[in-house]
Each structure stands twice: as C-alpha cells, then as structure tokens.
Design a protein around this ligand. Structure first.
Ligand code: MRU
Length: 379
C-alpha cells in the first residue's frame, strides 16, 4: 500500500499527523486556512513541498465550503481580496521553505487573472483557485517521480567507483511521501534505485533534534521494504570513512536553493556536505523547480527559521511501562534545566560543496567556471 500523507477529494482534506508517527497513524481533517496554518506551524505536516500543498488545499477546502454554503463574499473583487489575505497568512507559518511562497504567488496570479476575465463572479474566482490548488497536488507527484529517476541515473553513471552497478546512498531528514504529495525527492531517488534493483543499501540519519530521520524516513523505508540502516548524526563521518560497503552518494532535499546553488536544508546538511568533500563522496541535492528561488542571490539572503528550545531539551516518543510492557506516546526531558538553547531548523550548504542539483528537468552540475547556472532550468 502506498503511503499517503495528504488525502484530498472534492474539498475534503485530511493529513496524517506527523507528530504521532511512527507510533500512531492518525489522519485528521483540515477544513480551513487557519487549520492549515496551525498544522504547518506545529509540524503536523512538514517538508517543503508538503507544506505548500497543504496550505493551498486548506484554503481550497475553505473556499469549497463557502461556495457550497453560498457564503462567499458577493463581489469577485472581494473574493480575490479574501484569497490574497489568506495566502499571506499561510505564508507566515514557516519562513525558510520557498515552495510555500512560490505556490502562493502562482495561486494569486491565477485568481487575479480570473478576475480580469469579463463578467467573472466571486464563484469563478474561487473555483479558479480550487482548480489550481488541486493541480499542484498532482504535479508534485509527477515531478518527484522524474526527480527520482534522474537522480538514480546520475548516481549510477557518476558515483560508482567500481562496475558494481548498485549504489549505497545516505540521506538526511525526511524527503519522502510524508514531505511531498507522494514518492519524495531525495527519498524518491532511493525509491527509484530500489525499484530498478540498483540500490545496494540506504542509510538514514536520525536528524536531531526533531528526528525526522529516525521517526519518518525510517518509517517509510521499513514500509517500502527498502534495505536500510539508521545511524545517529554523529556516526556519519565514521560511516563515510568505511571502505567496505562504501557510501557512494549523499542525497538530501532542499527548502530553498538560491540562484547560485547555495542550499538551505535541514540542520546538519552542511556538515554532511563537508564530510562528503573530505571523503570524496558525491553530494547531491534533490528538489523540484518550485524549490529553486532565482530571486534569492545566495545563501546569505535566506532566512533561517529558529524553533523552540523545547525541541532540543525534550523528546517525544513511545514510552514503555517496564512492568506491563504497555506503551503510550509521551514526552521526556533530556537536558539540564536552565541551559540556553540554539535551535536553527536549517543550515546553508555552499554551492561549491554540491556536485549536482537533481530536478524534474534533469541534473544541474556546476559549469567550467565552477558555478551553477540554474536559470537554464526554467527556459
Ligand atoms: O523542518 P522540516 O522537517 O520541514 O524540514 C524538512 C527538510 O529540510 C527537507 O529536507 C526539505 O523540506 C525537503 S522535503 C522534500
């Protein structure tokens, strides 16, 4: 059975609660843009493409309900203003991933265009939004499948030192079905290698402090029967230094790729890229074009979200009763009370450490000048 993090049908949106994974598979309904904002902020849904899609569909669901109840603002201009205000609000939920603001900009263009069509009603404007939001869901899955195949081909052609024909890949954070509309980006590359019998082994990092690797990626790898091993973040250097069962490539996702290729992704990505350089392991970023932000010149211009201290000082998990063996979800404290905490959710990997950016259009490599020229991907 395919893992579905986002379920949407005719104005009814429900998502799996990622705060409870991998212990409880619980879906809950998102009826309004307010529900969508809360779910994104609390990280019940996370991952750059998934955030954008849930935001768009949360507003689509709200509009669908208003259309059905005949309670949309009466004028087309008012419907447009309502949508624009709601989109602005949704974009304020998390700042680093560009997919959300990219989606909001495209959806705003769609409704503004519809408004300019003579005799457009408020319902026409709302329906134009709903259709465009629904199309984003379908397109993301298509793009991810292409990213997966492009990345798998690139790795087999460029990252294997022997004629072995199968690759061992390390990934960080969660970039799979849970972080996208389905299939995944970096995890999509691993899925594609696996489905063509070209995956020797996958490693996933724990990804402290929020444990997207041990909770979510490990869950997806087990779910799909992909041969995989979990390591803590601090084990990556030792793993890369091994000659037996050598890691051929590190593949990660992205929250925002700047015009020069500098990439913001989950905290810890930068460290892995430095390690990859030292150990001569290929380092790849897998991301749809919606994650590439040509308006942001370099990594220096990317806003890095800082998250609450409690994510570092506490950990959520399945608590087991030593005597009865019963388990329940719970939170435990793991740090000394009173300690200061710095909790940046992302870091920026400089372009010079990246061997390729895998997109649905192909794999961009640095040119003879040592620079990425990503604008070519949009032609
Ligand atoms: O804080 P998160 O869990 O939303 O961070 C997710 C990541 O950093 C992913 O690598 C990125 O969004 C790409 S998901 C396809």
């Amino acid at each position: 059975m395919v893992l579905e993090a986002i379920r949407y049908n005719d104005g009814k949106l429900s998502i799996i609660d990622q705060l409870q994974l991998p212990f409880v598979e619980h879906y809950f309904e998102i009826q309004t843009s307010e529900d969508g904002w809360q779910a994104i902020k609390k990280m019940q849904v996370r991952g750059a493409p998934a955030i954008a899609i849930v935001a768009a569909l949360s507003l689509a669901s709200e509009l669908q309900a208003l259309v059905k109840a005949n309670t949309l603002p009466s004028k087309a201009e008012e419907a447009e203003a309502f949508i624009i205000e709601r989109l602005k609000y949704l974009v304020s939920s998390r700042p680093t991933a560009v997919n959300l603001s990219d989606a909001a900009g495209k959806l705003q263009d769609t409704v503004s265009k519809r408004l300019k069509t003579p005799k457009s009603t408020a319902k026409d404007v709302a329906n134009a939004f709903i259709q465009a939001a629904e199309a984003m869901l379908a397109k993301d899955v298509e793009d991810n499948t292409r990213i997966g195949d492009n990345g798998a081909k690139w790795i087999l052609a460029n990252a294997l030192s022997s004629q072995r024909g199968s690759a061992t890949v390390l990934t960080h954070c969660n970039t799979g079905s849970l972080a996208t509309a389905g299939y995944g980006t970096a995890l999509g590359v691993i899925r594609s290698l696996h489905s063509s019998h070209a995956l020797q082994h996958a490693y996933c990092t724990e990804t402290r402090p929020y444990n997207q690797g041990s909770r979510l990626t490990a869950f997806e790898l087990v779910h799909d029967n992909i041969p995989a091993t979990l390591v803590t973040d601090s084990m990556a250097a030792a793993l890369l230094s091994r000659t037996e069962g050598r890691v051929n490539a590190i593949v990660v996702g992205a929250d925002r790729v700047a015009a020069n290729g500098d990439t913001a992704n989950k905290i810890g990505t930068y460290g892995l890229a430095v390690l990859a350089k030292y150990h001569r392991v290929k380092f790849l970023v897998a991301a749809p074009l919606t994650t590439i932000d040509l308006a942001t010149k370099s990594g220096n211009d990317i806003i890095i979200e800082e998250r609450p201290a409690s994510e570092v000082t506490r950990i959520k998990g399945s608590q087991e009763d030593d005597i009865t063996g019963d388990s329940k979800l719970g939170t435990v404290r793991i740090a000394a009370d009173g300690i200061n905490v710095w909790n940046p959710a992302f870091d920026v990997t400089p372009a010079e450490l990246i061997d390729g950016i895998i997109t649905e259009k192909g794999v961009a490599e640095r040119g003879p000048d040592g620079q990425f020229h990503l604008d070519g991907l949009f032609e």
